[in-house]
Ligand binder design. Structure first.
Ligand code: FMN
Length: 339
């Protein structure tokens, strides 16, 4: 083992102990992309895969977990969206399979959900978009946090990863494992966040073009061609209808999203839907649009959710190779620090 590898190993020790794997890198759950093949490939390579439950029914999640278990004996987790109307049934499915780690995404955990997860024996990981919320989540008993900046692909907050890391890691990293996400494309950045106190990192965009990923060839091609500046955040058109911005490669679907927002805002105005239902309709729109691109390969009208690190995705390659590259870059950066 080189000095760099040894340092990397030690800096990741807390994260790997928490996750129960060899490398403290999570493959962030990506709806439609993070199914059994990508999840198993990530875990088999020594990292930590996460099934994206998204809008799946409990029956579908049941089948997906079973399918993943058939492909790997290594640990993996499940990402559940807090807004899902059957959240507690999904938690029960995870319990049945003895899933060890559950990530709650998409907003603050609803009442009773943390307790329900803890009762199953699983560890709970939440997203903390600000320091105050992180402290609140720590008080309510979460086991680990992900802090994700606006460089990320998919739904995003307003603050960059580098600012969140500086603001939050010194305050909370000693209390529980914190994983940094958003805009990470190379190992040097991973080494940097570990030095700042992160227990590990979470990447999404960088893994989309893994050979094992079932994303359509057109979707992967769009990633390989794109530059950082092509991954732009969606725009809210109506101040009365707050929508969480989504970062994706620009294409014709931005106009479709504008039209969808107008349609839903009109339903709100007419009193035909409540705000909660309006926001759920927006989320269903995204799930459908992402499916069109990832599964059907419609890269014009579907949503090409991608982070700004997309410019560093240059080819399709086995997941184990991507992970090995990231680890080698991180070790090299830490080795250089000795000089
Ligand atoms: C195509 C795509 C779909 C995503 N879907 C989800 C999701 O369903 N749930 C979730 O919590 N995060 C989702 N994310 C965010 C990732 O899990 C991860 O946190 C993010 O990609 C990390 O930032 P990066 O893309 O800069 O690496 C998605 C990201 C992408 C690129």
């Amino acid at each position: 083992m080189t000095i760099g590898q040894d340092r990397l190993h030690r800096r990741m020790a807390r994260g790997t102990a928490f996750l129960g794997c060899e490398v403290a890198i999570l493959c962030g759950a990506m709806s439609w992309v993070s199914e059994r093949n990508l999840v198993a490939a990530m875990s088999n390579a020594g990292g930590f895969g996460l099934i994206a439950c998204g809008a799946m029914t409990p029956e579908l999640l049941d089948a997906e977990i079973a399918g993943t278990k058939a492909l790997t004996s290594k640990p993996f987790g499940v990402n559940l969206i807090t807004m899902h109307p059957q959240l507690f049934d999904l938690i029960a499915v995870c319990a049945k399979h003895r899933v060890t780690h559950i990530v709650l995404a998409g907003g603050l955990p609803p009442k009773g959900s943390l307790e329900a997860i803890k009762e199953t024996g699983a560890k709970v990981i939440c997203f903390a978009p600000a320091l105050s919320l992180a402290k609140k989540l720590i008080r309510s008993g979460v086991d680990a946090l992900v802090i994700e900046g606006m460089e990320a692909g998919g739904h995003i907050g307003p603050v960059s990863t580098s600012v969140l890391a500086q603001e939050m890691l010194p305050e909370i990293a000693e209390q529980l494992p914190v994983f940094v996400a958003g805009g990470i494309g190379r190992g040097e950045a991973i080494a940097g966040y570990l030095d700042m106190g992160a227990a590990g990192v979470q990447l999404g965009t960088r893994f989309v073009c893994a050979t094992e990923s079932i994303a359509h060839a057109n979707f992967k091609r769009a990633f390989i061609r794109a530059n950082a500046r092509d991954a732009i955040a969606s725009v809210q058109i109506d101040p009365r209808l707050p929508v969480i911005p989504v970062r994706a490669l620009k294409n014709a679907s931005s106009e479709l999203f504008t039209a969808k927002q107008r349609e839903v805002a009109q339903l709100l105005d007419d009193g035909k839907v409540e705000m909660m239902e309006a926001q759920l309709q927006i989320e269903h729109y995204w799930a459908g649009a992402l499916r069109r691109a990832v599964i059907d390969g419609d890269v014009d009208n579907g949503s090409l959710m991608a982070g700004q690190s997309v410019g560093m995705v240059t080819k399709e390659e086995p997941l184990a190779d991507i992970l090995a590259t990231l680890m080698a870059e991180a070790a090299h950066a830490l080795e250089a620090r000795a000089a």
